[in-house]
Every structure is written in structure tokens, then in C-alpha cells.
Write a protein that binds this ligand. Structure first.
Ligand code: ACO
Length: 402
């Protein structure tokens, strides 16, 4: 706590807390993490049980409404989401303005932000019904936009959503169907994607969620707020880590190179980190990492890739790191991103789209948190203070005196 009276005659006290390591920015009833135990609960339900006993849209309903849906509620919710998966036809033209080799995250920041211009009715954020329809539109349209970003990058025509498929199967269809061949739904692979989405759906006040809350605290349009979250997620210390983890495994190449790589990681001057390891909150196993490793097994078995060299390398790297004092003493464990890149690759998703899949999953968390914030009568515009360390007051000399 800094007494700011000592600084430039201002009054009062505030906390100086770079990175918000020990500052709670809000009250929330959505997600609970016990970092020491390695526990993650959505609305009180353990992530391990949700990943087995519920699907992604049930988890979305839960995060948004506080309870799991019964059969009738689920049917209504799924129907509503399904009927909002199309994007305005003008979006096709919007996409055509991007370079083909643009990073999908930059395309998503642009196209999701542009959704704001299509939904003027969502501007009355004090109306719960408008907040709800904004949430539905976002959950429904994100897969369509992510798949469009992919199709655009490979020069294939956009594939329209299909109402007879589940949320995850429809995404695979929009990604992998083409005018010559319809994607054949594989239940194991669809279930794996659904699980990735559940595991990434929310994670309390992480950097991108805090960004969405901060943007939303000024009363900004929800689609624009989600675009801000996507921008924040893009960074390699956050959502970009699965891409970085997979690239790291490829760079290491073979298990015999692991010790050399670990030595580099331990050398603080190298700037090399073990990507997919470590977490600001988890000082134990990230519970999502265990589920992701299991899913990795299932997917590789289904595809006959049990001996996939990258998966073997990842397991060996994990084993070595977990026995190494550097990682043990700093409580560095695998996080969700350590295995999710291998799973996504096996599903046929290109590396550059990994963070886009994360954004698709996290959209429900962002919008649920935004909704909770707007509905809170104590909500205030977010306005952190600063510890000013710059020059004291001085006069501006004219240019000939500088
Ligand atoms: N590899 C090597 N050393 C690490 C790693 C790592 N992945 N992560 C942390 N450390 C070291 C730090 O160098 C520091 O060492 P020191 O005490 O000798 O200075 C110590 O562990 C503490 O690390 P901090 O940087 O203080 O941890 P912080 O909570 O700030 O960072 C973060 C967490 C950003 C996730 C970090 O662990 C990291 O960069 N990991 C790799 C990237 C990654 O996997 N990100 C995904 C996060 S999960 C998600 O977004 C879904």
C-alpha cells in the first residue's frame, strides 16, 4: 500500500500491484479456482465431471444462467443457438478485405468487432433480454467466423452452418466440408473438440476476461468488448501458448534433445521458457491438463496414431520436468496448453487457428462475465490508479531553448 500523500501532494492510499497479483477486481459467482489444489469449478461443478457428463452448450447454459439445463431447457437453448449461427451476408465482403495470409486472430478481432455494427439493438445493455440475445449471437456466430477465417486463408468457399449437427460437429463441417466432399462426422473427434471447448470456456479473471470487463465497464457494445478480449488472448503468454508449445516440441524434435532444451530453459539469459508449463494461479497440476492428456490419447488411438512422436516427446518432456528441481521448486506444472496443440493438430486444425479455437471456447466465459458485471448494481467504470515515477512539474521551454 502506497501513501500517495507523499507523492505530489495527492491524498489517500492505493495498492501498488503490478500484474494484479493480489487484487480482486470484482465479485463473481461464475468460476472458482483453487490454484494450490489444482481445482476448477464452473458454478460449483468440477471441470472433470462437466467434461464427462455435459457437453459444451450445456456448459454455456450453466455459465450464463447459473444452473445446468434440464432436457427441455437444453432443447430450447440448443435450438436458439443453432438458429443464430449464420452471419450477415455482408460479412462475406468484409472478409475479402483481408490479406489471405493474415493471422486468423487479426481477422477475428476485426470481424467480431464488426458484428457490433450489425446489432444496434444490443446497445441497450441495461435490458437483460438484449444482453441474453447478444450472448446467444456471440456463442452461435464465433464458430462460423473462425471457420470462415480458415476457409478464406486456404482459398476455399465459405461453408454455411448446418442446423442438424451439434455445435462441435457443425464447426468441423464448416471447417472441413468443401463443394466436392461433405465432412463425415467422427464422434470421437467431435467429442474431443467439444471437450477442448468445455475446458477453455471460463477461467475467472484472467487477462482477456479482465480486458472484456474493463472494456465493458464503460458501457461499450458487447461485440466490441469481446473483440478486445480476443486481442488480449492472442498474446503468447496467454492464449497463444498452445501454438508456442507445439512449435517448441517440433523444435526439440527428439527425446534425446530434451536435456539440452531443459538446460536452456534454466538459463535465465536464454529467454527460453517451457511453453505450456506454469500458471499464474495453479501452483499444482492444471486439472484441464490431465483431461487434455486423456483426450490426446483417445484422439490418437481413434486415428491410429498411438505412436505419434510429438505426443511421446511431450510425455517424456513432462516426466523429466516434473522430476527437475527447477520446476518442482517453482511449482511449475503442465497447463492446459501443453497437450491441446497436439489434439488440435490431430483434428486437422492448423496451428495458426489454435488461438482462434480458444477464442471460440472462451467467448461464453467472456460474455457470462460481462453479463454478470453489467447486472451488478455496484458496477463502476474500471479505472486503475498508477504510481507516477516521471518528471516533477516543469515549464515548457520554447523550441530555440531546448
Ligand atoms: N518455463 C521456465 N520457467 C518458468 C516458466 C516456464 N514456462 N514459467 C515460470 N517460470 C519461472 C520464472 O522464470 C520465475 O522464475 P524465478 O523465480 O527464478 O524468477 C518463476 O518461474 C515464477 O514465474 P512468474 O513469471 O513469476 O510466473 P507468472 O505467474 O508471472 O507467469 C505464466 C505465469 C505467464 C503462465 C508463465 O508460467 C509462462 O510464461 N508460462 C509459459 C507460457 C504458457 O504456457 N502460458 C499459458 C498459460 S495458461 C493459459 O493462458 C490458458
Amino acid at each position: 500500500v502506497v501513501d500517495i500523500r507523499k507523492l505530489y501532494g495527492q491524498t489517500g492510499k492505493f495498492t501498488y500491484d503490478p500484474g494484479f497479483m493480489s487484487t480482486a477486481s470484482c465479485q463473481s459467482a461464475i468460476t472458482y479456482i483453487d490454484g494450490d489444489k489444482g481445482e476448477l469449478l464452473y458454478r460449483g461443478y468440477p471441470i472433470e465431471q462437466l467434461a464427462v457428463n455435459a457437453d459444451f452448450l450445456e456448459s454455456c447454459y450453466l455459465l450464463l444462467n447459473g444452473e445446468l439445463p434440464n432436457k427441455a431447457e437444453k432443447e430450447k437453448f440448443v435450438n436458439t443457438v443453432t438458429r443464430h449461427t449464420m452471419v450477415h451476408e455482408q460479412m462475406n465482403f468484409f472478409f475479402r478485405g483481408f490479406r489471405r495470409d493474415a493471422h486468423p486472430m487479426s481477422v477475428l478481432v476485426g470481424t467480431v468487432g464488426a458484428l457490433a455494427s450489425f446489432y444496434h439493438d444490443s446497445l441497450d445493455i441495461n435490458d437483460p433480454a438484449q444482453r441474453e440475445i447478444s450472448a446467444i449471437r456471440l456463442i452461435a456466430k464465433l464458430p462460423t467466423l473462425v471457420a470462415m477465417a480458415y476457409k478464406y486463408s486456404v482459398g476455399q468457399p465459405f461453408v454455411y452452418p448446418r442446423n442438424d449437427l451439434s455445435y462441435s460437429a457443425n464447426f468441423m463441417h464448416m471447417m472441413f466440408s468443401n463443394p466436392c466432399e461433405e465432412y463425415k462426422v467422427n464422434d470421437v473427434l467431435v467429442r474431443a473438440l467439444d471437450r477442448i471447448l468445455i475446458l477453455h470456456a471460463d477461467h475467472e479473471q484472467n487477462a482477456s476476461t479482465s480486458t472484456v470487463r474493463l472494456a465493458g465497464s464503460s458501457g461499450a457494445n458487447p461485440f466490441a468488448c469481446i473483440a478486445a478480449g480476443i486481442a488480449c488472448l492472442w498474446g503468447p503468454a496467454h492464449g497463444g501458448a498452445n501454438e508456442a508449445a507445439l512449435n517448441m516440441l517440433k523444435e526439440i524434435g527428439t527425446p534425446d534433445k530434451i536435456p539440452e532444451f531443459i538446460a536452456k530453459v534454466k538459463d535465465k539469459n536464454s529467454g527460453v521458457k517451457l511453453m505450456g508449463f506454469g500458471h499464474r494461479v495453479y501452483k499444482n497440476f492444471d486439472p484441464r491438463a490431465k483431461l487434455m492428456r486423456e483426450t490426446c490419447h483417445e484422439v490418437l488411438n481413434e486415428l491410429g496414431l498411438q505412436n505419434d512422436p510429438l505426443f511421446k516427446l511431450a510425455m517424456e518432456l513432462e516426466k523429466i520436468a516434473l522430476e527437475d528441481d527447477y520446476f518442482v521448486s517453482r511449482k511449475l506444472y503442465p497447463n492446459v496448453d501443453f497437450y491441446s496443440g497436439i489434439v488440435q493438430s490431430a483434428l486437422g486444425i492448423p496451428v495458426s487457428l489454435f488461438t482462434g479455437i480458444f477464442a471460440m471456447a472462451r467467448t461464453i466465459g467472456w460474455i457470462a462475465q460481462w453479463n454478470e458485471m453489467i447486472a451488478d448494481p455496484e458496477q463502476k467504470i474500471g479505472r486503475p490508479r498508477q504510481l507516477y515515477v516521471g518528471a516533477a512539474r516543469r515549464d515548457v521551454p520554447t523550441i530555440d531553448k531546448r
